[in-house]
Design a binder for this molecule. Structure first.
Ligand code: ADE
Length: 246
């Protein structure tokens, strides 16, 4: 998978793209992550990327030309080096008015070959970017940040970790909260007793059927307590539904 990010602050991505699991994913050749400064595509002599809004009012608006030119440059480079069978990229605008990003969206995006994220830092984007360039608009939640960089990092992290081979333990993405439709059960490791706080006996029993049953029950209870809204869409047996209703 190839991921390009258009931003005025490419240095913000250095740590995230170069460290830990995302860094290793690149070294393993599973993903190529690239931050591009779209100021380099400004066409005027002061390299401005924003301007005042037509019709007046406060704030600045990101101009369409540098962003279109940056995306077109990425598309042209791609034609030179990639197979004709590669799917058209998803061009994703990060903004508070976008569709809310979810695990389901991450699972959809990991099926793609190429993602291009656009991050703004100003009052808004020229509407022609929305209308004629982007394929998706994504928000990471109902709050406003100073720019789209942190939201893009959140989305990229959650997509890249789903690429097969990125996580060391293949099962860990499968048992994630949200992938299963339920919150995760509690985890414990050594020591079996710490300052009088004990690990549940069943986990030390070595009895795998009982352990699986306990974990499932804990997942159900935890979801009921913290995120009852998730139970509606979770895959539950009739017996489990009855048990939760008790
Ligand atoms: N830009 C500013 N706030 C944002 C949010 N919540 N999600 C995505 N992009 C943003």
């Amino acid at each position: 998978m190839k991921v390009d990010v258009l931003t005025l602050f490419p240095e913000m991505f250095d740590g995230v793209f170069g460290t830990s699991i995302l860094g290793k994913a690149q070294t393993k050749g599973l993903v190529s992550l690239n931050a591009v400064n779209f100021r380099n595509y400004a066409t005027n002599k002061h390299n401005t990327v924003d301007d005042t809004p037509y019709g007046g009012g406060g704030g600045m608006v990101l101009k369409p030309d540098p962003i279109f030119a940056a995306v077109e440059d990425i598309l042209n480079q791609r034609e030179e080096v990639t197979m004709p069978t590669m799917k058209a990229p998803r061009i994703i605008l990060m903004c508070p008015q976008g569709e809310t990003f979810t695990q389901q969206k991450a699972e959809e995006l990991v099926q793609e070959d190429h993602l291009i994220f656009i991050c703004g830092h100003y009052e808004g984007y020229d509407e022609r970017i929305r209308e004629f360039l982007v394929t998706d608009e994504l928000s990471i939640g109902d709050y406003v940040l100073t720019g789209g960089e942190l939201p893009a990092m959140v989305a990229i992290d959650s997509v890249v970790r789903l690429i097969p081979g990125v996580l060391g333990n293949e099962t860990s993405a499968v048992t994630d909260s949200f992938s299963t439709g339920l919150l995760e059960y509690p985890h414990y490791t050594r020591p079996p007793e710490f300052r009088g706080m004990k690990v549940p006996d069943v986990l030390l029993s070595g009895h795998h059927l009982n352990i699986d049953a306990w974990r499932r029950e804990q997942s159900l209870l935890r979801t009921l307590e913290r995120r009852p809204d998730m139970l509606e869409n979770a895959e539950l047996t009739d017996k489990e539904r009855l048990w939760l209703e008790e």
